[in-house]
Design a protein around this ligand. Structure first.
Ligand code: G4P
Length: 530
């Protein structure tokens, strides 16, 4: 991964990234401050307020409100420092990781937020591993430094050891908890002071001429000064220097310390993204690599969100632009169906509201309202039959059968389930024999979300019940071999919403046995969406 100097300026100035974190580390607060500095909102608190307004429009969000989790991801665009930031929000709860994984296929970099008192937590680690699979460059923000937090070296060590990545301090905290006064900007030799009185005020910045500058003593309390100088010297001696290439390749992460709620350290982090973050990167397809500067417009759908506005029953497909300069009204080819599609109402998610996107460049995320034609993994191009690769669909880890409590509504239920399957909210399997459906999810909470959405959006009360099956595997192999296998195991076979064959399992042992007895078949836990 590298920045390509030949990129047209409109593309080169784009930064498309996601924030990954363990719930409660401060992602929402940080997002809000980004929007504040990006001029997209005027006042802190609007992100939540906006969330609430949306909830009243779409009632299933009530669950999100009740549980304090973010069920759905969205994308926000704003400008900072001459750069266009596209921030793709990832749901933080571990039950929704599949959605998150897919979101990470649409970004060029990630910000990892950790809580200074808690360090690397389970969800951070999981998400980090996904970023690593894609060699995404990662910037780290160590949050809540206004509270008692761990020793700085200890935090850095923990990240290095747990995540096997070099950590370079971009800033260094001075004092902890109540004594936290600010940070030393290691990259620019500046002292950044925190304003505790006003949470939304940008902190004061003092230019410092090295560690012997007498100005230091004016701003750092005397009893902290010695330790601070010592730590910086040690850090410079022991830790690697910032190396942009190494960062872009995902081997090294710069870390900023701060307090999102106090608006502290946020601007420095944003400057870090502008200055060092990657511009839109080439995307892989089955036939070739797509460079962002290519003239032809192309992009892929990484997320579908249904019923954002229940009055209109619309769905919005989120498209990551892979190349070209898109203009509203363009006629693109929907590669899967080979049909032309006029994209006349694309929306850009500026934080304040949805806005019509008159144009978009490689790296941007646009929302395309549609009636269900667009699915996750679909490509839109100016004609070339591209198939973007790397958008995974995971085998569900939990399966339950679902029934409408009113049997007259069975047909409607099928429609609702198919829609959620297309949206990627669940896996829906139709068993080869018998009636009914089996729904698969990655986390248990998803069953509740689904039941609540099916009732609210379709007016169908449903009941989920335990299933004899525990997991599903896609079956691949030569057609005649697959047919023989499917016939012999009818009671286990089902079809997913694309009509692809899956084997429903009771035990891991089943899978092992089939792999042993049928070496010419492949049972896979992931399928590339297309
Ligand atoms: P998340 O999206 O990662 O789940 O985290 P979120 O921003 O919602 O923050 C979780 C909690 O941590 C919130 O408190 C938030 O105010 C607090 N927080 C965020 N940044 C900082 C910080 O820099 N310092 C301190 N001390 N706290 C911070 P809450 O009580 O759960 O919610 P709220 O009532 O404050 O909204």
């Amino acid at each position: 991964m590298s920045n390509r100097p030949e990129l047209p300026p409109e593309i080169a100035r784009r930064r498309t990234f996601a924030i990954i974190s363990h719930p409660d580390a401060g992602k929402t607060t940080l997002t809000e401050k980004f929007l504040l500095y990006g001029g997209a909102i005027q006042m802190a608190g609007q992100v939540r307020a906006k969330g609430e307004a949306r909830r009243t429009r779409s009632d299933f969000m009530k669950m999100e409100q009740d549980r304090g989790i973010s069920v759905s991801a969205s994308a926000m665009s704003f400008d900072f420092d001459g750069h266009r930031f596209n921030l793709v929000d990832t749901p933080g709860h571990s039950d929704f990781s599949e959605d998150t994984y897919r979101t990470l296929t649409a970004v060029d970099a990630a910000i990892m937020v950790i809580d200074g008192a808690k360090g690397v937590e389970s969800q951070t680690r999981k998400l980090f591993e996904v970023c690593r699979l894609r060699d995404l460059p990662i910037l780290t923000f160590c949050n809540k430094m206004d509270r008692e937090s761990r020793d700085t070296f200890e935090i850095i060590d923990e990240i290095q050891e747990n995540l096997a990545i070099d950590v370079v301090p971009a800033s260094w905290p001075i004092g902890v908890g109540r004594e936290f006064v600010g940070c030393y900007d290691m990259l620019n030799d500046r002292l950044e002071l925190m304003d505790r009185a006003d949470r939304n005020r940008v902190a004061e910045s003092v230019k410092i001429d090295g560690l012997d500058d007498p100005k230091l003593a004016d701003h750092v309390p005397e009893h902290l000064l010695g330790k601070f100088r010592e730590e910086i010297e040690m850090a410079r001696e022991l830790l690697p220097e910032f190396d942009r290439q190494s960062f872009l390749e995902g081997h090294l992460t710069p870390i900023w310390f701060g307090s999102a709620i106090n608006s502290f350290g946020v601007r420095e982090l944003m400057t870090g993204i502008s200055e060092y973050g990657p511009a839109p990167q080439p995307q892989n397809s089955a036939s070739r690599e797509i460079a962002p500067e290519e003239k032809s417009v192309s992009g892929f759908v990484f997320k579908v969100q249904a019923n954002m506005d229940p009055k209109h029953r619309d769905r919005v497909a989120f498209l990551r632009m892979a190349s070209g300069h898109f203009q509203r009204g363009m006629k693109l080819t929907h590669v899967r169906t080979k049909k032309p599609m006029a994209v006349s109402n694309p929306v850009l998610f500026l934080a304040a509201d949805r806005e019509l996107a008159e144009e978009a460049w490689a790296g941007d995320i646009i929302g395309i309202p549609n009636h269900g034609q667009l699915r996750i993994g679909d490509a839109l191009t100016e004609g070339e039959p591209l198939r973007f690769t790397g958008i995974p669909s995971f085998a569900p880890e939990l399966l339950q059968s679902v029934r409408a409590t009113d049997p007259m509504k069975a047909k409607h239920l099928e429609k609702a389930l198919m829609q959620f399957a297309e949206e990627g909210a669940a896996k829906v399997f139709k068993p080869a024999i018998g009636s009914g459906f089996i729904v698969g999810v990655v986390g248990a909470l998803q069953f509740e979300v689904l039941a609540s959405r099916i009732e609210l959006e379709y007016g169908i009360p449903v009941r989920f019940e335990g299933s004899q099956f525990t997991s599903a595997r896609w079956v691949q192999g030569a057609k005649d071999k697959v047919d023989i296998f499917a016939n012999a195991n009818k009671g286990h076979m089902a079809y997913d919403h694309d009509g692809d064959l899956v084997y429903l399992t009771r035990l891991q042992w089943d899978i092992d046995r089939i792999e042993r007895d049928h070496p010419d078949l492949k049972l896979t836990a992931t399928k590339e969406m297309m």
